[in-house]
Design a protein around this ligand. Structure first.
Ligand SMILES: [Zn+2]
Length: 404
């Protein structure tokens, strides 16, 4: 760019004049021919013309003269010497622009560098920061990268490939979610080769969630717990995948030490389910002989389990199952604390021993007379099952409880 900017300003003005003149000629010619005008065609043509003029302006702004500085420090400790001006195309918010910038080469390590690219945040990318932001949005919001590319064309007037949307979505390093989703997509399409390795005797997937308060903007359009009122929290979901090979002295299954991988996020059930599936798959879900989903017994979590891990044995973890027994005890004996504790101890024993059928039967056969109202409707029991678990049907404590 020239030092005063006068030449650049003149070039940009000329570009705008040129674009607008030729556009207006086309518009008036069309009007004479048809006697009317198509507003959508005209507005889009104006946008394209303004983009073209803007891109011309950017190209001028991004054209450097040979630099005064002939040497730069190199990361290796040596010095990089100015070599030449090199050109590259960058897609900007107003379309493709061309950069011409100084290239330096280190004589010691032969590493090249473009200081301008670093300064403008376009290092090793053909997309400007503005365009990368757009690609990040469509890449994470759209159901497919192809759709993302279509939206870029419609909304921003920019032509990009689905691959470009995917690459940029993935490259937004801080945005781990974007990368996760891409992996998830592959896993869901079973494109991941089943990670080779020996079979796994017991592989567990555990999931839980909790409401976290958020600012109103985060819950826009989401129905809250109270009908008609917007949600004030969003569900933070946590998941873990671990293996189990041994049992303790009492026969309870033990989580293998250092076998757990974790994931978490504020996501929809679908996003979270897919991410958890991808992680389980990565950990060898397809090679597991016994597949188990551990959760708290909430319908919500079981529906994720059902959708993504339908072949798994579903187990309510002991901590949460005990909570249900306590809840029921409190409803049965709302005003008799001693009776409540006696009842809970007796029934928790059955639960701890895995005598689930006995426990459920005792609820159903009328041996217990509830003294509180609506106990049957407020208590939702999800029976645990031990069909695939020769070593006991419950994990002592909740693995998640201690770690999350
Ligand atoms: Zn070097």
């Amino acid at each position: 760019m020239d030092a005063t900017g006068k030449k650049t300003a003149a070039e940009v003005h000329r570009a705008i004049h040129h674009e607008v003149d030729s556009l207006l000629q086309r518009i008036f010619a069309e009007r004479r021919r048809t006697g009317g005008q198509d507003l959508e065609a005209v507005e889009m043509a104006f946008r394209a013309a303004m983009h073209q003029a803007g891109a011309t302006g950017l190209t001028h702004l991004l054209t450097e003269e040979p630099p005064a500085q002939r040497h730069l420090p190199c990361a290796c400790g040596g010095a990089a010497d100015y070599e030449e001006l090199r050109s590259k195309q960058v897609l900007t918010a107003v379309g493709p622009a061309r950069m011409l910038r100084a290239y330096y080469l280190c004589s010691s390590c032969h590493e090249g560098q473009f200081p301008t690219d670093q300064a403008l945040d376009v290092e090793k990318t053909e997309f400007s920061p503005g365009v990368r932001r757009m690609l990040g949005v469509v890449g994470s919001e759209c159901s497919s990268f192809r759709l993302g590319a279509e939206q870029m064309l419609l909304l921003a007037g920019l032509e990009v490939t689905a691959k470009a949307v995917e690459r940029v979505a993935e490259a937004i390093g801080a945005d781990i979610a974007a990368r996760e989703q891409a992996e998830v997509r592959k896993a869901m399409q079973l494109e991941l080769p089943a990670a080779a390795g020996p079979s796994i005797s017991n592989l567990y997937v555990e999931l839980d969630g909790t409401g976290v308060p958020v600012v109103p903007k985060e819950t826009e359009g989401r129905e809250g717990r109270q009908e008609g009122k917007p949600a004030r929290t969003r569900e933070a979901k946590m998941g873990l995948v671990f293996t189990q090979t041994t049992v303790d002295a009492e026969g309870y299954a033990l989580r293998d030490e250092a076998s757990t991988t974790y994931l978490g996020g504020i996501q929809t059930a679908g996003e979270f389910g897919r991410a958890l599936y991808a992680e389980a798959y990565r950990r060898g879900w397809s090679r597991a002989i016994h597949k188990v989903v551990l959760a708290d017994g909430q319908h919500y979590n079981w529906s994720i389990a059902q959708e993504y891990f339908p072949e798994a044995t579903q187990i309510v973890d002991l901590c949460h199952a005990r909570e249900h027994v306590w809840e029921l005890g409190a409803k049965l004996y709302p005003s008799d604390k001693a009776a409540k504790v006696v009842w809970i101890k007796a029934h928790q024993h059955w639960l701890d021993e895995g005598q689930i059928e006995d426990l459920v039967a005792s609820f159903l056969c009328g041996r217990l007379v509830p003294s509180g109202p609506n106990w049957a409707t407020t208590f939702r029991w999800k029976p645990t099952t031990s069909k695939a678990m020769p070593n006991g049907c419950v994990i002592r404590g909740s693995a998640a409880e201690g770690s999350l």
